[in-house]
Design a protein around this ligand. Structure first.
Ligand code: SF4
Length: 429
């Protein structure tokens, strides 16, 4: 933040990049908004390749970082290092807030590292903690809310807890460096282990070839810091065959969330991939259902519950006969959703989260404006309740993720549950 404050005073026309790993604490997004408002600068968010995340999660689970140091570093590679490398590939130089006093591994950093590509500039390299604190006080620099709760360094939510310096990062690891790989790569065995794990996830063409020498422990191996940036549309998975059998068992994928949250958009991506994989799929969209199956029903709680029970009945029939039922319906009441869930085998609940303020701004169908003006009675989220699921199988957030990123998360869950057996196909056309 010190660096950003200095840069913004020189020019508002600076390029600021932040990484959204998909696992950040909510407070970090609050901080991003604070910075935008305070300095009036644009902040570009760089996100991981959804296909790589989906593949990693399908192979190792969402919380792989607890299993071993190489798996933790694999997660950092997929969610942090590779997205940043891809973005930095078009820059000649970048500026970071690295300081020598932050960690033992940072003791030798240069103010300007001209050998790095892109050139790396660390203007605060020799600043002490006290100098940073003094600058923050004197210039009233906004601080991340978690600092006041005892955090010394802030990263992803599951990998950060209060502690001094970087002690609170990956606290369960005994001997590993407290680094994610953006600035420093692991050495020796850990580096090679991560390389091996990466080769299962990413396209071989995006990794450098190993030199043709005998492999010994002391041989120089191409490391995780040598992975080349690749273009975003490079295929990650093996070639996809439309003849691949998608699934042998039926299931119901139930999207719930407020109007305009993105249920239909995300479900359409999943639907397309399933169809291309040869699955029998039916989509029960809330709006469409109301013109046929539930024609005549209103928006009282009783009618809404009846609507959900009818959709559930059809989804259950489809699932039991080996088809995939995709339901995209607001389905605002928890009790009736849970009732339907208890009847359907292989029920996967997806909560499409989106703050009401964002929805009101988006106002895809112009409904929020009318509802807020009192023109639509019983409008879910405004004048009628929405009860979010307590234990959904997946939560996606359409205010922070692209539909493709959300679809990748959902797909990873389906793979993890063994309900689909081939990769999600994104942006096929
Ligand atoms: S900090 Fe944790 S969650 Fe974030 S990328 Fe690294 S291992 Fe994954």
């Amino acid at each position: 933040m010190v660096l950003l404050d200095m840069a913004a005073k020189l020019s508002r026309d600076i390029g600021v990049i932040t990484l959204d790993t998909g696992r950040l604490p909510e407070e970090t997004f609050t901080m991003i908004d604070t910075v935008r408002r305070r300095y009036g600068i644009a902040i570009e968010t760089v996100t991981p390749d959804p296909a790589e995340v989906a593949s990693m999660v399908a192979r190792h689970g969402p919380n792989l970082f607890h299993d071993s140091v190489p798996q933790r570093m694999l997660c950092c590679q997929i969610r942090k290092v590779r997205p940043l490398e891809r973005r930095l590939a078009s820059f000649d130089a970048w500026v970071t807030g690295l300081r020598r006093g932050q960690n033992g591994s940072r003791a030798d950093i240069l103010r300007i590292d001209e050998t790095a590509r892109p050139v790396k500039i660390n203007p605060l390299a020799d600043w002490s903690d006290e100098e940073v604190d003094k600058y923050i006080r004197e210039n009233d620099v906004p601080l991340h809310p978690l600092y006041s709760r005892g955090y010394g360094s802030i990263g992803c939510a599951p990998c950060t807890r209060p502690g001094s310096g970087r002690d609170g990062r990956w606290w369960w690891e005994a001997d590993a460096d407290k680094e994610c790989g953006i600035h420093f790569s692991a050495n020796g065995k850990a580096e090679r282990s991560v390389d091996v794990l990466l080769r299962d996830i990413v396209a071989p063409s995006s990794l450098r070839q190993k030199p043709a020498t005998d492999e010994t422990v002391s041989d120089r191996q191409p490391g995780i810091n040598e992975i080349q940036a690749r273009t975003v549309d490079t295929p990650v998975f093996p070639p996809f065959s439309p003849r691949t059998v998608a699934t042998h068992q039926g299931f119901t994928l139930w999207f719930t969330g407020l109007s305009g949250a993105g249920k239909s958009t995300i479900s359409a991506i999943i639907e397309r991939s399933l169809r291309e994989g040869g699955a029998r799929v039916e989509v029960l969209d809330g709006d469409v259902v109301r013109t046929h199956l539930s024609k005549g029903l209103g928006f009282s709680k009783e009618d809404r519950d009846t609507n959900v029970r009818r959709i559930g009945f059809v989804a259950e029939l489809l699932s039991r006969h080996g088809a995939v039922a995709i339901v995209a319906a607001i389905s605002p009441y928890r009790a009736v959703r849970d009732e339907v869930r208890s009847r359907i085998p292989n029920f996967v609940e997806v909560y499409v989260e989106c703050p009401i303020e964002v929805l009101a701004e988006r106002d895809v169908k112009g409904l929020y404006k009318r509802a807020l003006a009192g023109e639509i009675p019983s409008f879910t989220g405004v004048s009628d309740p929405y009860e979010p699921p307590l234990a959904p199988d997946v939560v996606v957030n359409s205010s922070r993720e692209t539909p493709e990123q959300s679809a990748a998360q959902i797909w990873a869950t389906l793979e993890h549950k063994g309900l689909v057996t081939f990769p999600l196909r994104l942006a096929a056309d």
